[in-house]
Design a protein around this ligand. Structure first.
Ligand SMILES: Cc1cc2nc3c(=O)[nH]c(=O)nc-3n(C[C@H](O)[C@H](O)[C@H](O)COP(=O)(O)OP(=O)(O)OC[C@H]3O[C@@H](n4cnc5c(N)ncnc54)[C@H](O)[C@@H]3O)c2cc1C
Length: 444
């Protein structure tokens, strides 16, 4: 079992091999990937919130009421970690993706069947993902979770980085991984600047129940006020063990992008007003919207760290790049990043390099550069292109959608891009895929 420090520690120093600041989706996944390498490293995860798989309602913010569309590349990585089987007990498959432009004729449908795949992607509720990841973290022999704790001071030293934590603990680590989210405090403390591009939009997120089955279709609808996505979820009595016996209630996860003032209005609206507004914007492809769960909002910004690696230091996840959620790529990209990072570290260890060597970390960035560029560009361009109302551009994008609908090869390429198959390169060579996961989650 991993140790967990919750009390104020003595000011004694600890030595670690890898210290990950931030135990959200990305930090936790990286810790498990590194642990599965079995290289005898002392791995630490420092998390600001208490960590407990047993009470998913109080998990850290990464694992809130949102849902995440997982791509094939993410499935592959969770399979390597031995977590896919457990995750899969509460995932909804995306069999088709329907893309449309409100008020225009162009639309297209990407089908898993056409790509010879069982699904184009999978929708996981973040709370479930969090509870599976936290259980695996807590069950690992070589991961220490230090929570709740934050980094008060951080400074580079010869061959590593020194950290002083809010608990009073001092750590010297060979490799510091910054995974504390888009507004990364640790990145800032080290003087690493980030470039922010505010889209002037807010994502309103809620689960909605439907009068009919979604048939495992994900809808991406572009409107003049911003894109909206409705992702299929499991019916409530299949998703939650606590609700067995309830009538089967079909549900989708809504991500509705709006200007901030409109977002405030829809958040404050009564349930019936909200459902009527949603019905008006989305139409009746999913039948009637019957109920809406709690609504949350997230400001949308493209934030990219100006540096991702230094000697003994790497920035990952939202701290490295936080994307527009429209294409559902932020976590999928970050997971490919950390899988490649773990792989590069393992290869370097085999070759006798010191953990944290700059040229190894630069090698990781070189390998992921193209994937990061393409995925960021896709997530950045899509919402922009679809909010331009000018007639020639609206015509061009509708011709684009019609072409996508008419030409199977275009659809194939577009689907591969969305599934993370086009950009991932050689995700996991040698070491990672040859290592067996250390612990299999005890769920299910
Ligand atoms: C509305 C919405 C929908 C999305 N949908 C998708 C999708 O469908 N598919 C997809 O791939 N991506 C999606 N994303 C993106 C995805 O949520 C992010 O990529 C992901 O959350 C990034 O995880 P992270 O661990 O890097 O950061 P975070 O989730 O921000 O986690 C950071 C962690 O660090 C901790 N922390 C913060 N500061 C400190 C500190 N000083 N010390 C210690 N710990 C600290 C926090 O408590 C938290 O646990 C979506 C995002 C949004 C907003």
């Amino acid at each position: 079992m991993s140790e967990q420090f919750t009390e104020k520690e003595s000011t004694a120093s600890q030595q670690a091999d890898v210290t990950i600041v931030g135990g959200g989706m990305v930090g936790a996944s990286l810790a498990l990937l590194l642990s599965s390498l079995n290289l005898g490293w002392r791995i630490q995860v420092i998390e600001a919130f208490p960590v407990s798989a047993a009470s998913p309602d109080t998990l850290q913010p990464s694992f809130d009421a949102r849902s995440t569309a997982l791509s094939h590349s993410s499935r592959e990585i969770f399979e390597i970690l031995g977590l896919w089987k457990t995750l899969n007990t509460r995932l909804a498959d995306i069999r088709d993706v329907h893309v449309s432009d409100r008020g225009h004729i162009g639309s297209t449908r990407l089908r898993a069947e056409e790509q010879n795949l069982p699904a184009l992607g999978y929708v996981v509720e973040n709370q479930w993902l969090g509870s599976v990841l936290m259980e695996a973290l807590q069950g690992s022999d070589n991961i220490e979770i230090i929570a709740p704790a934050t980094v008060e001071e951080v400074s580079p030293v010869q061959g590593g980085t020194e950290l002083c934590l809010s608990t009073g603990l001092d750590i010297t680590t060979k490799l510091l991984v910054i995974a504390d989210g888009a507004q990364s405090n640790t990145r800032e403390k080290l003087g690493i600047d980030a470039t922010t591009n505010d889209y002037g939009q807010v994502a309103v997120v809620a689960n909605v129940s439907l009068s009919q089955s979604h048939n495992n279709i994900a809808y991406e609808r572009f409107t003049d006020s911003g894109p909206m996505a409705l992702l299929p979820l499991l019916p409530i009595n299949e998703a939650s063990i606590d609700n067995v016996g309830l009538d089967k209630e079909y549900r989708s996860a809504l991500v509705w992008t709006l200007p901030p003032e409109r977002a405030e209005e829809v958040i404050a609206a009564s349930e019936s007003e909200f459902l009527a507004l949603l019905q008006d914007r989305f139409g009746h492809r999913l039948g009637q919207f019957k109920r809406v769960g709690s609504r949350h909002s997230y400001p949308i910004r493209l934030i990219t760290s100006n540096e991702q690696v230094r000697s003994n230091l790497v920035v990952v996840g939202n701290a490295a790049h936080s994307l527009h959620p429209v294409a559902g790529q932020g976590f999928n990209l970050a997971l490919r990043d950390v899988a490649v990072l773990a792989n590069e570290l393992a290869l370097a260890a085999d070759a006798g390099s010191e953990l944290g060597e700059l040229k190894v970390l630069q090698g990781y960035i070189e390998r992921q550069q193209m994937d990061q560029k393409q995925t960021i560009l896709l997530s950045d361009l899509l919402p922009k292109v679809f909010t331009i109302g000018a007639a020639p551009i609206a015509l061009a994008r509708n011709l684009g959608l019609l072409a996508l609908d008419a030409v199977p090869l275009f659809r194939h390429q577009f689907a591969r891009l969305g599934m993370g198959l086009e950009t991932r390169g050689t995700l996991l060579d040698k070491s990672l895929s040859h290592n067996q996961p250390q612990k299999v989650s005890q769920h299910g």
